[in-house]
Design a binder for this molecule. Structure first.
Ligand SMILES: Cc1cc2nc3c(=O)[nH]c(=O)nc-3n(C[C@H](O)[C@H](O)[C@H](O)COP(=O)(O)OP(=O)(O)OC[C@H]3O[C@@H](n4cnc5c(N)ncnc54)[C@H](O)[C@@H]3O)c2cc1C
Length: 396
């Protein structure tokens, strides 16, 4: 009888895993169940060029290789629950699907604040972006709650479209957790230079048409965008003895771990997976970067095929280098490694902070992250610098 791999989620990491399963020799059945009605599409443009120019879902779709033409896609369907022991998944219409192998690719959703009041925008899906784009008309007063990457990109794009933008953030510096005070303050300066107003160190307490802050002040608002982080989509895995405290905790082969060891017929990929990366010490990390989808897919597909065929996959340690980019007001920010691990020791490595520069983040004196503002032609050199600094013990 033909065996089946079930993929839960139909985003980039699902697509890349399906491709890699074929590359790894899996010629049997694959079924993908995705909650959104759309086939896999590219999310980064939703806050950048697509939000600027107009959202066209077809233009954002990833092309499908011929090697995956026989994959079954069930879109607009959600996996509601799974029993890992009997290898059965239940869909939102009550259908039960049995499987031999399972890929967890359910990503994350936008976090929401507990605030009453009129509806506000969030931006995770193409449908979210389409709704928001309709309201970004010149002169519209836009308040962005949260100064992480999504919030800062939306603020920059909205200001570029002629909106009057205010960013509200409880910390004193935008992007503080991701890139620290030095780079965060410089990005604030660039935003303010382009007319974005900042209300830093302030929280939103009420929405009553305006946005009301914790010092009692009000921000006159037509459009509210809430960009306060993400929540991993893991509830459907409850009851299986997994560690779901921040995504799905996995072994270095990307198999979820239980008290009795890794579940070798299951892998997790993309934004939802948390795994040990020996480049950065013992702590397991969950990283929401576009490139991590491809990295984890490649590794997980080999692990899963080996698990299903009763073999083991003897490979070098899985130690991908996190890589992330952002664009705000024409500034290209490029990040390598995990700058957030080195916020106590931040040094400008090259260039001028107010222009183009490379900034290094160190932990115990060792480089663990690099952020470039501009300096595009030097990208590969700085990437290599970090690869060398974080090389694995066995390679030293
Ligand atoms: C607006 C935006 C801008 C970004 N910009 C950048 C950038 O500039 N650079 C960068 O490196 N990264 C960026 N990212 C991050 C990058 O897009 C993500 O890392 C990537 O999309 C993660 O892919 P994924 O497949 O793991 O998860 P997702 O893309 O979240 O896909 C998961 C899919 O699973 C579905 N799903 C959830 N639960 C279930 C269920 N129970 N059953 C079935 N389906 C389910 C979801 O609806 C979703 O469609 C950005 C993300 C966003 C949202």
């Amino acid at each position: 009888m033909t065996r089946r791999i079930l993929v839960a989620g139909a985003g980039l990491s699902a697509l890349r895993t399906v491709e890699q399963l074929r590359t790894a020799g899996w010629s049997e059945s694959i079924t993908v169940v995705g909650a959104e009605p759309h086939p896999p599409y590219n999310r980064p443009p939703l806050t950048k060029e697509a939000l600027r120019g107009g959202i066209d879902p077809d233009a954002l779709r990833f092309p499908h290789r011929s090697s995956i033409s026989d994959v079954e896609w069930r879109l607009g369907r959600r996996v509601d629950g799974v029993d890992l022991r009997s290898r059965r998944a239940t869909l939102d219409d009550g259908e039960m699907l049995t499987y031999d192998g399972l890929v967890v690719a359910t990503g994350v959703r936008s976090r929401t604040l507990r605030l009453d009041g009129p509806p506000r925008h969030r931006i995770r899906t193409v449908d979210d972006a389409q709704r928001l784009r309709r309201e970004l008309i010149p002169g519209a007063r836009v308040t962005v709650i949260g100064a992480g990457f999504i919030g800062c990109e939306v603020a920059a794009t909205a200001a570029g479209l002629g909106c009057v933008v205010t960013v509200v953030e409880p910390l004193e510096t935008p992007l503080r957790v991701a890139v620290g005070r030095l780079v965060g303050d410089e990005l604030r300066r660039r935003h303010e230079q382009q007319g974005v107003r900042s209300r830093l160190g302030r929280s939103v307490v009420r929405l009553d048409g305006d946005v009301v802050l914790d010092d009692g002040s009000r921000v006159g608002t037509d459009v509210v965008v809430e960009a306060v982080g993400s929540v991993p989509n893991v509830e459907w895995l409850d009851g299986n003895g997994l560690d779901l405290s921040d995504g799905v905790l996995c072994s270095s082969d990307l198999h979820p771990v239980t008290a009795s060891g890794p579940v070798t017929e299951v892998v997790a990929v993309g934004d939802v997976v948390r795994f040990p990366n020996p480049r950065f010490g013992a702590t397991s990390l969950r990283i929401e970067h576009w490139t991590m989808c491809g990295d984890t897919a490649r590794h997980a597909a080999v692990s899963l095929v080996a698990g299903l065929n009763g073999g083991s996959s003897e490979r070098p340690e899985f130690a991908p280098l996190p890589t992330f980019w952002s664009e705000q007001f024409g500034t290209r920010l490029q990040s390598f490694g995990v700058p957030g691990l080195g916020l106590d020791d931040v040094r400008v490595l090259e260039g001028d902070l107010r222009d183009e520069c490379a900034v290094g983040y160190h932990r115990d004196g060792v480089l663990v992250g690099v952020v470039l503002l501009g300096l595009r032609t030097r990208m590969m050199q700085f990437r290599q610098l970090l690869v060398d600094a974080t090389q694995l013990a066995g390679q030293r």
